[in-house]
Design a protein around this ligand. Structure first.
Ligand code: ASP
Length: 303
């Protein structure tokens, strides 16, 4: 189990106060205390980081990738659990899946309430995550929260405070953990790994990719300023079915002419971008803007 921080490791100001709390306070070993039946699993733990995931950065991502890659190579190891904050969990999940596409389960889990709150959700989420990580045949990067098992491509944080804050879009969760048993509805995430060796070990060489949003009153100056500042890739969070305001379109064409890679997704919380042949830029049909930023960064590193 690898600990990175988040609310699952958070400490409340008072037990009843879930907002006035500090994220990333308890160590990974403290989170494991009180988990049932751990002796059978032979769990090892490592505190990889201790951050609020709103502050996730490329250096921490690289360390996590390296640690997961190193552990996956151990034949005796069945699976990996990563404790994480909820805020950027979907980005970390997609990064791990695209780079490592593991044949063993790598299970991210998190919590909406700090560990010391009256009814913390973290311990149950962690127990469910450990169960999934120990399930024979499980594979790919998964997120286990509120009894649901989400695949790395589908998982999105959809709500600011509900315990069941994550969804998997129209297809629904890949599985569920019910009363200590996994019910699997769909196939585990698959894919070809990009390979860790394709990523520069010096994260200052990772490309700068930014997200711009298309919206009423969009202003080309935001795109022009990013290009002038040296941005290497732009993900446009487009309206509806990935459409882009005409005021931005001209600036994006200028950006592309200057070598900036442009990709389009929808800013809608649900639904893919359906067949967009009219789009002058490649579309990531199923990714949310933050995952698309990771995808474009990887594309630039691999290319
Ligand atoms: N800000 C926290 C984090 O992402 C929120 C959480 O974990 O729920 O680390």
């Amino acid at each position: 189990m690898l600990g990175t921080g988040g609310t699952i490791a958070g400490r409340a100001g008072t037990a009843a106060d879930n907002l006035g709390y500090q994220s990333a306070q308890l160590g990974v070993d403290e989170l494991l205390q009180g988990q049932p039946a751990l002796e059978d699993l032979g769990i090892e733990s490592e505190q990889l980081a201790q951050i609020d995931s709103k502050d996730m950065d490329h250096a921490t991502w690289l360390r996590l990738l390296q640690a997961v890659d190193r552990h996956l190579a151990r034949p005796e190891l069945r699976g990996i659990v990563v404790t994480h904050g909820t805020d950027t969990l979907e980005e970390t999940a997609w990064l791990l899946q695209r780079v490592l596409a593991p044949r063993k389960p790598v299970v991210l889990t998190a919590a909406m309430r700090p560990a010391t709150s009256l009814q913390a959700d973290g311990p149950q989420n962690l127990a469910d995550a450990l169960l999934v990580a120990a399930t024979p045949g499980a594979a790919g990067v998964l997120a286990v929260l509120a009894g649901n098992v989400h695949g790395a491509a589908d998982v999105r944080k959809l709500h600011t405070w509900r315990l069941d804050a994550f969804g998997s879009g129209d297809a629904g969760p890949l599985g569920q953990v019910q009363h200590g048993r996994l019910r699997q509805h769909r196939a585990w995430p698959q894919g070809e790994p990009l390979g860790l060796q394709r990523l520069p070990a010096d994260v200052t060489r990772w490309p700068w990719v930014a997200i711009v949003s298309s919206h009423g009153g969009a202003d080309a100056r935001s795109v022009d300023a990013l290009v002038d500042a040296g941005v290497q890739g732009l993900v446009v969070a487009g309206t509806g079915n990935g459409t882009v305001h005409q005021a931005l379109a001209a600036a994006l064409a200028r950006a592309q002419a200057r070598g900036v890679a442009v990709r389009v997704v929808s800013r809608c919380a649900g639904g893919p971008v359906v067949a967009a042949p009219q789009s002058p830029w490649p579309v990531y049909e199923n990714l949310g803007p933050a995952q698309a930023r990771v995808e474009l960064m990887l594309e630039r590193m691999a290319g």
